[in-house]
Design a protein around this ligand. Sequence first.
Ligand code: NAD
Ligand code: UD1
Length: 339
Amino acid sequence: MNKAVLVTGGAGYIGSHTTVELLEAGHQVVILDNLCNANREVFNRIEQITGNAPIFIQGDIRNSLTLDLVMQLYPIHTVIHFAGLKAVGESGQQPLNYYENNVHGTIVLCQAMQRAGIKRLIFSSSATVYGEEAPVPYIETLPRGKTSNPYGTSKSMVEQVLTDLYKADPEWSIVLLRYFNPIGAHDSGLIGEDPRGIPNNLMPYIAQVAIGRLQQLSIFGSDYPTQDGTCERDYLHVVDLAIGHLKSMQALDSAGIHIYNLGTGQPVSVLSMVKTFEEVTQQPLPYRITDRRAGDLAAFWADASKAENELGWKAERTLKQMIEDTWRWQSNNPNGYER
Ligand code: NAD
Ligand code: UD1
């Protein structure tokens, strides 16, 4: 077997799209996922799209024996680390679970990498690490700020752990990718976001209202200091984000901590997302304005010029494509991967 990329959390939303891009670019992919937030059906879909199957090991990143075995069995050269928990509200109710999966899990993973002599890592971080008071657009030279929930704090803590790891052993090359708001789906309509239970995030909520699984969207606040009063975010297509991981593999060729924002650089308001969704899909989208959601910031978006200048990466897909692809995925799979 040729050298392979280990993708933790590769059965999930961003991991599955990245796996497709890796396979299509000719990489061998080994996925380690405990399926706590994913469905096995995703592997059939990945194979339908690429004609290739990743190797799948069902296991947990917190289990060092599993990790040792995977790293002995397969010639891994790089780890792309998506595995973790990501629901902001839940993280407030279950902080220990979030720190255990996201922080402890990453430490166990890095210890296994160290034992196996693998020192190339790409980590899924988040724009949330800039904190509540950072000026917009967010740029990588800003320090990490005060996070408002255990999920965000866990991402910030992992960034610190990885920075210290590099300081202690400068042979490591580590990329910290700070994602803005990924939405959309593969244009085949075969893979997409499939949240368990009622979605927390805007786009899956909109898609489920449009398909009739949910009755009405609540827009959380219309009195923000933005153009139309609703919050603004930097939404990027998940396939652009996936390609960002492939492009950032080149940064691993030099040792160091390499930080990149992955976003479009364009803020979009909740209300304009709703209007554009209605226009693009011709589906009515019932909504009402409610109170603000605790912890939401008025507006943030990326300065994404570093990724463009250093990696040649730029988000290319438009908002219209993000919506069309979400809608294709949702209409073809009204119940997600559960048929
Ligand atoms: P996801 O939940 O769809 O994927 C995460 C995957 O990791 C799931 O398949 C889950 O089963 C697996 N997993 C969780 N804990 C595990 C463990 N202990 N061992 C093995 N597997 C485990 O989430 P996603 O949206 O694809 O996000 C991927 C990564 O990107 C996460 O780390 C998330 O925090 C980060 N991120 C996501 C967003 C976003 O908006 N989706 C934004 C910023 C950062
Ligand atoms: C949230 C997290 C962030 C995480 C990201 C991806 C918070 C404060 N931040 O980002 O840390 O990285 O998800 O998991 O939760 N909205 C509605 N109605 C809805 C849902 C959302 O109006 O039903 C609005 C929100 O107020 C927000 C925007 O839509 O302004 C986007 O929300 P969401 O998709 O949850 O992402 P973020 O809050 O930006």
